[in-house]
Design a protein. Structure first.
Length: 187
């Protein structure tokens, strides 16, 4: 079977079968331990670096979804990434009348499979330097791996660096990123 023809979901189902990690195997995020037996939301609420993301997930009504079975790969922007958006953007998105737009933006940070950094690097190498992936929100992201660093580029050309990789969750994995990704139609 040609490696290039494997879908992301098929490749990552193997990763989902790997053993669970304990908190000591996971990196700390935002000054908090991350537990592999807790889901994405249960861990994210403890990170001091993700208070804006947690507020956005709550405002968009996505807590139940991201607490679900998964598997999910969440590209989790830190607070500073939201602060770097144009002034007033976050406040506007958090308003109830913008729930649909906010939900779409957040869904562009969720890949419907478990993709560890080794999986991403393998796909990038197999595809000749970059790998395209579609998110739950319908966004197409471009993944690259160079010099030991993984980057994610959205449809608008925003490049996010993965600053903390492979934070194992009971329903997937989190990769902490330093920029907010948006769909072409959102901003």
């Amino acid at each position: 079977m040609n490696f290039r023809t494997l879908t992301l979901a098929a490749m990552l189902s193997v990763s989902a079968l790997s053993g669970a990690a304990f908190a000591q195997d996971n990196p700390e995020v935002g000054g908090a331990a991350m537990y592999a037996d807790k889901n994405i939301v249960e861990n994210a609420v403890n990170s001091a670096d993700h208070t804006t993301l947690v507020a956005a997930v709550q405002a968009a009504g996505l807590v139940e979804t991201l607490s679900g079975e998964g598997p999910f790969t969440v590209l989790a922007p830190v607070n500073a990434a939201f602060e770097a958006l144009p002034e007033g953007t976050v406040e506007t998105l958090l308003k109830p009348e913008n729930k649909e737009t906010l939900s779409t933006i957040l869904a562009c940070h969720v890949i419907p499979a478990k993709a560890l950094s080794t999986d991403i690097v393998g796909m990038v190498e197999a595809d000749g330097g970059e790998h395209k992936v579609e998110t739950v929100g319908g966004c197409e992201l471009t993944l690259k791996a160079e010099d030991g660093k993984v980057t994610v580029t959205d449809e608008n050309g925003t490049v996010a660096d993965v600053t903390i990789a492979d934070v194992i969750q009971s329903n997937g994995v989190i990769h902490v990123i330093d920029a907010v990704l948006t769909p072409k139609s959102a901003m």
